[in-house]
Design a protein around this ligand. Structure first.
Ligand code: ADP
Ligand code: NI
Length: 217
């Protein structure tokens, strides 16, 4: 079942598409998510082939970078996998994972149907946390033309995907998404890693507001 050649070809394809992307959805994000996913997969005893292919293809065509169209990711993955003849069962499993993966707002549930989906969703969310997570938020707002922080813009816990798709500031994004992720991890393995990365973000925000308010001089 596990086909090393298809994995390698998929890696090369994804690398060629995502190389140099500047909003934090570049090839190295995918590379880290794949490594996290493989680690969680082994600990949770999920099916490696589906996990690895889904991790590699999960951001092949993100809605945020394609005018808000959230059907383009699974469609692009399907076209690629059909060319590789991976079989319909594997293809529909992977496309379902990619379709359901994204965070869609603080008050929107995003359940995954299979263990493989849970593993890949956890891996993607872990890469939004910690020191890397902090870096990615600022890359994202820079690429999108949003502000670092603006105290006049209140934090919003979004109740629909459409609301969530609107603009925010980097600092608000921590409260609107990133600090909520540790309690939404699917697997025990990811929860443990998330706890550590969560603390890094809390420390970061504490220092950010000390400097913002001028309390250190
Ligand atoms: P998911 O994989 O859950 O869909 P995204 O691709 O939406 O995650 O987000 C990946 C990373 O991009 C986020 O963790 C964050 O760093 C950054 N990002 C996404 N949306 C925003 C936003 N509205 N404001 C700031 N950063 C964002
Ligand atoms: Ni991702």
């Amino acid at each position: 079942m596990y086909d090393q050649e298809i994995i390698q070809k998929t890696e090369d394809y994804v690398k060629s598409v995502q190389q140099g992307e500047s909003s934090g959805h570049d090839w190295w994000h995918t590379h880290r998510v794949r490594n996290l996913a493989v680690h969680i997969c082994r600990a949770e005893k999920a099916e490696l082939y589906v996990v690895e292919l889904a991790a590699l293809l999960h951001d092949i065509a993100d809605w945020k970078l394609h005018g808000g169209d959230d059907s383009i990711g699974p469609k692009t993955a399907r076209v690629w996998l059909e060319k590789q003849n991976t079989g319909e069962e594997v293809i529909s499993h992977i496309c379902e994972i990619i379709k359901d993966m994204s965070f869609k707002g603080a008050k929107v549930e995003t359940p995954m149907q299979t263990l493989e989906g849970k593993v890949v969703q956890d891996a993607d969310r872990l890469d939004a946390l910690g020191a890397i997570g902090v870096s990615r938020v600022f890359a994202y707002v820079g690429a999108k033309g949003s502000e670092i922080y603006n105290p006049d813009i209140p934090v919003k816990l979004h109740s629909s995907f459409d609301e969530y798709k609107g603009k925010s500031t980097a600092i608000n994004h921590f409260y609107e998404k990133l600090l909520l992720l540790k309690d939404r991890m699917n697997t025990k393995t990811a929860k443990k890693i998330a706890e550590k990365r969560h603390k890094v973000m809390e420390e970061y925000l504490k220092q950010f507001f000390i400097e913002w308010d001028g309390l250190d001089f």
